[in-house]
Design a protein around this ligand. Structure first.
Ligand code: FAD
Length: 542
């Protein structure tokens, strides 16, 4: 059973279905309630997951028009002067192999997509509703759960006050930041309760695009001037825009930033500028991580497990990785080839990542606060005629680009993270390579994501990975029959894929690499170990 049909709950249900596991998803919202325009980035790593669901093309096609650039700019207002620009491609430019952008070299079959959560959620929902293994109940609110022996009894309420119960083998709680499941578990959120406050307003205005004048429009425009700090995000590239304004550091009263005047100051327009407010939300930026993710058969995932400032686009994206991870592990147990050690590994693998990512996001926020957030910005910054303004723009622009290129091209957050204390990974003593937000070395140390590469026939190696484990063999003459025979005896699904030894990836002398369905390496070697049964039972969590 999955509680909550946000991006995390829906992804968990899709992953379970991919492994033949039936689920019931309950959601308190009505089926046709629109999703909020909260997250605007589907990370490359998430797109790799969506590729396995068969929805990557739909996600890539949604939101911005084909020719709308995903540039990030820093400016004195949207209509004002640019301090700096991070050029990033439109969908069409991305397809042109002659163009090179800061993330063009990434080893992934699925580059990042700048699409709003309000377009992403309906794509996930349509997929979910097309799958017979998934039952979706809207207008259904979780009330309480009880772990009973080998199952969980969940009580839910309907809008007319009636209540019912469901008996589930396992529960994934993806019920968001205010998670009622987490509260019932008694799990504390630990970290920084408040990092800053923001006003976010979704508006409609056909006039905004023209504020870019002859310049290339930007997907995200960061504004800094003596009146306001915030940003404008292009949602559909036509007339829908999301505007965030930061409250001064330490300020708690949202009304200290006038709702409409701050929008005009950010756009650089007068009172007569036409726009309509579609929705509005005031929110507190936090860095909070749950102290644990599990109560027996009930698991927390997504915002229910962690909340942090949306720097580097890693709130929703890390949450989807949680949801898919626990759905795969539960599926392994329900399919009969794994057992409880696999479930234990969820917290051992995901909790350290959660903590790590949240710290990167916070560090980036703090550096930005240091650079501009807590500074009083002089009027001269916005003046085209004051030479001091020109010098300041150059200095601040240079600093902001240096700070933020890693945030908008976060190779490390996508591909660098590794599982270093998992009870279902066979380590060989080589340390994991360190990574930072913007870069990650490719590595085959167990626990790392197997580095992506293309195959001779144009397919991605990821398209060849099996539903449980895949043994990648870089020397076809190696006999791996003993491993496949033991896997068969154990009922463990395993595929063997021959990879040309000249693959453009350094496989570091390992001629055999065992990879899980989530693309993480669980073992490597130059020959099979003496006891293949011990290895397979270890990685299968038996
Ligand atoms: C203004 C803003 C900007 C953001 N920008 C970014 C960004 O740039 N990048 C990024 O990665 N993230 C961003 N985020 C965070 C991102 O939106 C969340 O991380 C993401 O929505 C989490 O998904 P989820 O499925 O865990 O939770 P949610 O999206 O909150 O979904 C939880 C679902 O559970 C349902 N539910 C709750 N309680 C119950 C109950 N008792 N019974 C049944 N159903 C229930 C809710 O109705 C909801 O549909 C942003 C958030 C905000 C507020």
């Amino acid at each position: 059973m999955i509680i909550g049909a946000g991006p995390v709950g829906m992804s968990a249900a899709l992953e379970a279905a991919r492994h033949g596991v039936r689920s019931l998803v309950i959601e308190q919202r009505r089926r046709d309630d629109p999703a909020g325009a909260k997250c605007n980035t589907v990370a490359a790593r998430t797109m790799e997951i969506f590729r396995t669901f068969g929805i990557a093309d739909n996600v890539r096609a949604a939101g911005l028009p084909d020719d709308f650039p995903t540039d990030v700019i820093y400016c004195t207002s949207v209509a004002g002067i640019e301090l700096a620009r991070i050029p990033l491609p439109s969908r069409l430019e991305r397809l042109n192999a002659d163009h090179h952008y800061l993330d063009s070299h990434w080893a992934t079959p699925e580059p990042v997509v700048r699409v709003s959560q309000m377009y992403l959620e309906p794509i996930l929902r349509r997929k979910l509703e097309s799958i017979e293994l998934i039952t979706f109940m809207d207008c259904t609110t979780f009330v309480e759960y009880q772990n009973v022996d080998d199952h969980v009894v969940v009580r839910y309420a309907l809008p007319d006050g009636r209540q019912g119960t469901v008996t589930a083998q396992f529960v994934i709680a993806a019920d968001g930041g205010r998670s009622a499941v987490r509260k019932q578990m008694g799990v504390k959120l630990v970290g920084d309760v408040e990092l800053g406050r923001t006003r976010s307003t979704l508006i409609r205005s056909a006039a905004i695009k023209s504020l870019f004048g002859d310049r290339r429009p930007a997907w995200m425009s960061w504004v800094v001037n003596h009146k306001v700090k915030g940003n404008l995000v292009a949602i559909d590239g036509r007339d829908t825009w999301l505007i965030h304004r930061a409250l001064p550091i330490g300020e708690e009263d949202y009304d200290s930033v006038d709702l409409h005047q701050s929008i005009r100051d950010l756009l650089g327009v007068g009172r007569d500028f036409p726009y309509v407010v579609l929705s509005h939300e005031d929110w507190v930026g936090r860095r909070l991580v749950a102290s644990r993710l599990r109560d027996d058969r009930v698991f927390l995932a997504g915002d229910a497990a962690h909340l942090w400032v949306p720097f580097a686009g890693y709130g929703m994206n890390a949450g989807i990785a949680d949801g898919v991870a626990i759905a795969w592990k539960i599926s392994a147990v329900l399919s009969g080839w794994s057992s409880t050690r696999m479930l234990d590994s969820y917290e051992d693998e995901r909790l350290p990542i959660t903590d790590q990512v949240s710290r990167y996001a916070m560090a980036n926020l703090l550096e930005n606060i240091e650079a501009v957030g807590k500074r009083r910005i002089p009027r001269s910054l916005s003046s085209r005629f004051n030479p001091v303004g020109a010098v300041l723009r150059k200095l601040i622009g240079r600093r902001l680009v240096k700070l933020n290129v890693p945030q908008f091209t976060p190779a490390g957050l996508n591909f660098g993270y590794f599982y270093d204390r998992s009870p279902v990974i066979s380590y060989d003593g080589e340390p994991h390579p360190s990574y930072d937000m913007g870069s990650a070395p490719s590595s085959t140390v167990p626990g790392c994501r197997y580095p992506h590469h293309w195959l001779e026939d144009g397919a991605s190696i990821y398209d060849r990975l099996g539903r449980a484990f895949t043994l990648l063999r870089f020397d076809a003459s190696l006999d791996v029959g003993s491993l496949t025979a033991v896997a068969r005896q154990l009922g463990l699904p395993i595929e063997v894929v021959d990879v040309p030894a000249n693959t453009p990836m350094d496989h570091q002398q390992s001629t055999l690499i065992l990879v899980r369905a989530d693309q993480h390496i669980v073992w490597r070697g130059s020959s099979l170990p003496a006891n293949v049964s011990t290895l397979l039972q270890h990685v299968a969590g038996r």
